[in-house]
Write a protein that binds this ligand. Structure first.
Ligand SMILES: Nc1nc2c(ncn2[C@@H]2O[C@H](COP(=O)(O)OP(=O)(O)OP(=O)(O)O)[C@@H](O)[C@H]2O)c(=O)[nH]1
Ligand SMILES: [Mg+2]
Length: 276
């Protein structure tokens, strides 16, 4: 944020934030550079604006019909997309959640290509993707296949307006996804957020076990509401025919090692031993 900038400067910035085409963005940036107070404390802002301008000017105007599609291979238990207005703290949060080191800067449209990394929560990995705030169709297409949206709301701006704008943008594209709202630029408890992300994915972990041995360390990931039958199918479909009963340890049973049938509903972190 430049020091002592004029109202005109902020108006130009606002226009820049709303600019849709490369040409408009270039024009707005040039205007912002012109209007920026030229003193020592705004040197950084000036350098950032110039960098951004150079980047835009170097970009070839996109050819019609030849836009690259982004496709990111799904990895881990689920895929979560981060969306928010430009400069709302998306990359900062992505870096915090996944430990990657994607570029963060105090100007909008720093991220123009989806950035992604893996978040570890307890013993599961979840893929997190930053959707660039250009909202071009080829980046928005990533949202169709993701499992959850993290919608970032910048606490320095009006929360309701941002929410509306983002929600409208999604519904215009017929993107109806489960949304977890996160307010940024205030202290965010990352561990709690990781827990909330996992909780909102609607998944559960089940550890299989063979008699006399410890449960497997790596969980099988299933949808909430899954039953013993789903675990058996996951382990080996052929076991279904020979299934007799299962022993379960964990939250879904009243006592450890309770005997249950194929229709028994499991809960997160249950241990299951299949008897056939
Ligand atoms: N004080 C503070 N600043 C933050 C926080 N999160 C982000 N910022 C700052 O906000 C600016 C933008 O952060 P980014 O993470 O690059 O935001 P972004 O949404 O990825 O931005 P674009 O990719 O350009 O759309 C940077 O100067 C960050 O340092 C936060 O929690 N607290
Ligand atoms: Mg970014």
């Amino acid at each position: 944020m430049p020091v002592n900038a004029s109202i005109e400067y902020y108006k130009a910035e606002e226009k820049f934030l709303e600019a849709k085409t490369r040409e408009d963005k270039i024009a707005c940036l040039e205007e912002m550079i012109r209007l920026l107070p030229k003193h020592k404390s705004s040197e950084n802002s000036l350098a950032n604006l110039k960098k951004k301008l150079a980047k835009l000017k170097n970009e070839k105007p996109p050819k019609r019909g030849s836009k690259p599609k982004f496709s990111i291979k799904k990895e881990g238990a689920a895929q979560v997309c981060i969306i928010g207005l430009p400069n709302s703290g998306k990359t900062t949060l992505l870096n915090e959640l996944t430990g990657i080191n994607a570029e963060v800067a105090d100007y909008p449209y720093t991220t123009t290509v989806p950035q992604f990394g893996m978040m570890k929560h307890e013993d599961v990995w979840v893929q997190i993707i930053e959707i660039p705030s250009t909202f071009e169709p080829e980046v928005m297409s990533l949202i169709y296949t993701c499992d959850l949206l993290l919608m970032l709301l910048d606490s320095n701006r009006n929360l309701e307006t941002q929410k509306k704008e983002l929600q409208n943008m999604l519904s215009r594209r017929e993107l109806h996804k489960k949304i977890l709202y996160v307010t940024t630029k205030i202290k965010v408890d990352t561990e709690k957020l990781k827990k909330d992300i996992w909780g909102n994915l609607g998944l559960l972990r089940v550890y299989t076990k063979t008699p006399g041995k410890k449960a497997e360390a790596k969980p099988i990931i299933l949808k909430n509401g899954s039953i013993v039958k789903d675990v058996v199918k996951e382990v080996h479909k052929a076991f279904l025919k020979h299934f007799r009963y299962a022993k379960v340890w964990g939250k879904s049973v009243k006592f450890s090692g309770a005997q249950v049938g194929l229709e028994h509903v499991l809960m997160d972190r249950d241990v299951v031993e299949i008897k056939s």
